[in-house]
Design a protein around this ligand. Structure first.
Ligand SMILES: Nc1ncnc2c1ncn2[C@@H]1O[C@H](COP(=O)(O)OP(=O)(O)OP(=O)(O)O)[C@@H](O)[C@H]1O
Length: 288
């Protein structure tokens, strides 16, 4: 959907379907004795222009869900609709075509994974567009525009990623995810590897993208960084969504013990660090 179509849907009374709809997804991975259910009946939607935070501890299945949305991990049940198209049923050729269209983009925790170390920043930003057949001049113009959107100077265009700071690299990775004007961007721990100053900068860029109506799925173990950006939060625990609600509701009135535990472990959301005994008691309830 183009930007003007998105604006039309926002202004008109025509209900627009979610840009991303994960429906009762089950994923089983591993072989033999190590085979395990990693996602168990996960459902989640991201509406146009909405930012959804997906939070959960290490091993809860966040990256597996992100990979499933990208069509990289096969499902054993359920479906994933991107702009109404079930990406779990696509053949390899259609999946590649969908990827080339850049409808869903992905930003990794480590920006070096999103950026080819041998390509200049300019080449990294224009590559997805040239693959789509966008003419060189237009691709360069767009690359420059999106570099500006992440508040980076055009002088960086000729540099290699290795000559940028971690924070600059992550902003380039965000710009690269945006150049194809995707319907939804998945950000997998986008600020976890950054220092405090860069974290604040990237989070404020995410706020701007959100204000510009780009749909974001912000994946993180850190409720604190997600809460400042997300409209809604889904909590993943051992492969199941145990709670989903508006950020305000989840933060002020969490219903699941696991969410309560995450909140008590997020010092930025509490005036004082929580009592260790309180957290231990919640953990005991979860493992009981
Ligand atoms: N290919 C695989 N085969 C078997 N098990 C896997 C595979 N990939 C992931 N897992 C397991 O699935 C579970 C969820 O992993 P996943 O990486 O999705 O979690 P996560 O929430 O993203 O964690 P992290 O924050 O550490 O990245 C883990 O227990 C992991 O060991």
């Amino acid at each position: 959907m183009t930007t003007s179509e998105t604006a039309y849907h926002r202004l008109s009374s025509v209900p627009s379907p979610p840009v991303l709809s994960v429906e009762d997804v089950r994923v089983t991975l591993g072989r033999g004795l190590h085979r395990a259910r990693i996602l168990d009946g996960v459902s989640l939607t991201v509406e146009r222009g909405e930012t959804v935070g997906l939070i959960g501890e290490t091993g809860s299945g966040k990256t597996t869900l992100a990979r499933t949305i990208l069509g990289l991990t096969p499902v054993s049940g359920g479906r994933v609709l991107v702009d109404g198209e079930d990406v779990t049923r696509l053949g390899r050729r259609k999946r590649r075509a969908l990827r080339r269209r850049g409808v869903v983009q992905y930003v990794f925790q480590d920006p070096l994974k999103s950026l080819d170390p041998d390509l200049t920043i300019g080449e990294s930003l224009t590559e997805p567009l040239l693959l789509q057949g966008v003419p060189g001049d237009e691709a360069r113009e767009r690359a420059l525009r999106f570099l500006g959107r992440v508040h980076l100077d055009e002088q960086l265009l000729d540099r290699l990623p290795g000559r940028l700071s971690g924070g600059q690299r992550q902003r380039v990775a965000v710009a690269r995810a945006l150049v194809t004007e995707p319907d939804v961007v998945i950000l997998d721990e986008p600020v976890s590897a950054l220092d405090a100053a860069n974290r604040v900068q990237v989070l404020s860029i995410l706020q701007e993208l959100k204000a510009a109506g780009i749909a974001l799925l912000f994946v993180s173990h850190d409720l604190g960084s997600v809460a400042g950006v997300a409209d809604r939060i889904a909590v993943l625990h051992r492969g199941e969504v145990v709670e989903v609600g508006t950020t305000r509701d989840v933060v002020t009135n969490p219903s699941h013990p696991y969410t309560q535990l995450l909140l008590r472990s997020a010092p930025t959301l509490r005036s004082a660090s929580a009592d260790r005994a309180e957290r231990a008691a919640l953990r005991a309830r979860l493992t009981a």
